[in-house]
Design a protein around this ligand. Sequence first.
Ligand code: ADP
Ligand code: MG
Length: 505
Amino acid sequence: MEKLLEMQGITKEFPGVKALDQVNLTVYGGEVHALIGENGAGKSTLMKIMNGVYQPTSGRIFVKGREVAIENVKKAQTLGISIVFQELNLCGHLSVADNIFLGRLPSKRGLVTDSRLYEEAKGILDMLELHLDPHTQVRYLSVAEKQMVEIAKAVSQNADVIVFDEPTSSLTDTEIDHLFRVIGMLRDQKKGICYISHRMEELERIADRVTVLRDGQYIDTFRYRDTTIDQLIKLMVGRELEDKYPRHKRTIGDVVLKVKNVRRQGVVDVKEFELRRGEILGVAGLVGSGRTETMRIIFGADKCDSAEIWLEGKQVQFKSPKQAIESGVAYLTEDRKENGLALSKDILFNINMASHELMAKYGIIDDRKMEESARKYVDLLSIKTPSLHQKAMNLSGGNMQKVVLGKWLLRNAKVMIFDEPTRGIDVGAKFEIYKLMNELSDKGISIIMISSELPEVLGMSDRILVFREGKISGVLEAHEAEQVKILELATGVAGRNQETERRYE
Ligand code: ADP
Ligand code: MG
């Protein structure tokens, strides 16, 4: 196998963070080289250095044995290196063909010929089994199709090394199958593929070799068939994961939240449920079963036809999330990036975000107090950051989640609603979030956890509410619940149901 590219001792320092520390990577032609590691391990940074997006602080790069400097993306392309970015960067108003050849339109004696452009584009698209008219404007394509256009772009540039950074995060199963076929095809053409993923099950399908990064450190490289998933996970997180769910004995108190007759025509019709002090109440159900809708109504975020709510025995009515928050109810949304955080603001701001009036004396924000509380929760939650002034968008997923938590803890929340708290977070960070939830419940905080991951619901909850078609179809004690039982309640179908089980994963 030909050694296409070698990165030696790559170190990258951002202000206050060492993102990479002496990392090595060798890519051969005809292989899929998976790069794995928890969020924040440095995978994307390494790939951006390979593609000229960032310059390394130190280290050497060789392309086909020759040492090179990759000053920018253009230079990387000239050297035969391409990246299919996580956040795709295509021009929506241009055609597929224009995007494929952007910046280097094919020419005949110096003149661009449209027909040749479309012909070439069509050839590449066909090869990728993408049956699209090259004249179509890119903005009309699905995410998967856009990704294929990016791949077509790399192919048309004759790239030897093609990098995929978490390409499957927003694809359906069928689209993933297509992507993997295309990657297999590129491998057969002796391209070197770098593949970043945090979904371990994908490795089984495509990885030839695997490099593990942890906290910016190079751990090791293996032939995939010489290792096991367990071994790789252990190396990724740097400790044994004998128990995925930190079980512990909880003391459950009186009813804190009582809910009755939550209704919205055609969406939810919930008779009643209760939440006790220090309890973790799991909420299971298929996507669209009314779990999030019910909780949003309780939180005052959505309109409803009726909702009767008692908080610590007192009847309340939240007309807005603001009122819910003031009464000590917090809602941690599924989409941290969109709803939970001000991404361009720093940690200091984000933690204090919901508590500004608590921080203000005579209408003036008390900077010292804000710093103190931000520092307190950064320490308490072990948020990994060089300073309080790190922007939220530069944090890894698990640490973003912790900042959101810090924000609510500072508000003295009594009831916390978590909506898919660990979605898109890797194994190690998940464990940290679970430990935090346990600590919160020890402090007497009551938690409602909406989750589509059944093992998580079973592993963390004291009781489980199951939703189906807008109603509660069952309430289970976690210790007597099992996956099959929850699925039956969620689908209304007795026995094992392969299809739904798969959707749950
Ligand atoms: P991964 O892709 O493995 O999740 P990244 O390469 O994105 O990890 O990040 C590695 C580390 O570098 C993280 O601590 C992240 O916060 C930090 N980082 C990444 N990009 C920047 C940046 N532009 N500025 C400051 N810090 C950054
Ligand atoms: Mg990344």
